[in-house]
Design a protein around this ligand. Structure first.
Ligand code: RB5
Length: 143
């Protein structure tokens, strides 16, 4: 499994922590930045992660301060279904019902352990299809 991960400055610390967690599980990571706490613009990193997902990464993870800017930006990219998840159950349902392909988290609102649990829930869940398939197709038709 290959995961693309990115953040702005407000998500940098949590990104580094999540990255180490994923590496410890043997998961391949593409870290598109940012690489310090110097101020940057979140849409630039949302685009980089979305481009990785569209060109072969299995899933993406984006982190900014609230998760709001990253989710707004990522959902403007064709083929991307980004879900802002603050709890593991939200992440599980984002995969099972919405077939989300990018997990967005809030660096200024979530602790490291909660973020790891949320990542675990996202990575271990699978899209359920069935009645959700029709709804996700309607999302695609809106693009
Ligand atoms: C950066 O200060 C902050 O605005 C950004 O990380 C994010 O929370 C925006 O939605």
């Amino acid at each position: 499994m290959k995961i693309a991960i990115g953040s702005d400055h407000a998500g940098y610390e949590l990104k580094e922590s999540v990255k180490e967690y994923l590496k410890s599980k043997g998961i391949e990571i593409v870290d598109v930045g940012t690489y310090s706490e110097e101020r940057v613009d979140y849409p630039d990193y949302a685009k980089k992660v979305c481009d990785e997902v569209r060109s072969g990464a299995n899933l993406g993870i984006l982190i900014c301060g609230t998760g709001l800017g990253m989710s707004i930006a990522a959902n403007k990219c064709r083929g991307i279904r980004a879900a802002l998840c603050l709890y593991p159950d939200m992440a599980r349902l984002a995969r099972e019902h919405n077939n989300a392909n990018v997990l967005v988290m809030a660096g200024r609102l979530m602790g490291k352990e909660l973020a790891n649990w949320t990542v675990d829930a996202f990575l271990s869940a699978e899209f359920q299809g069935g009645r959700h398939e029709r709804r996700v197709k309607k999302l695609e038709e809106m693009e």
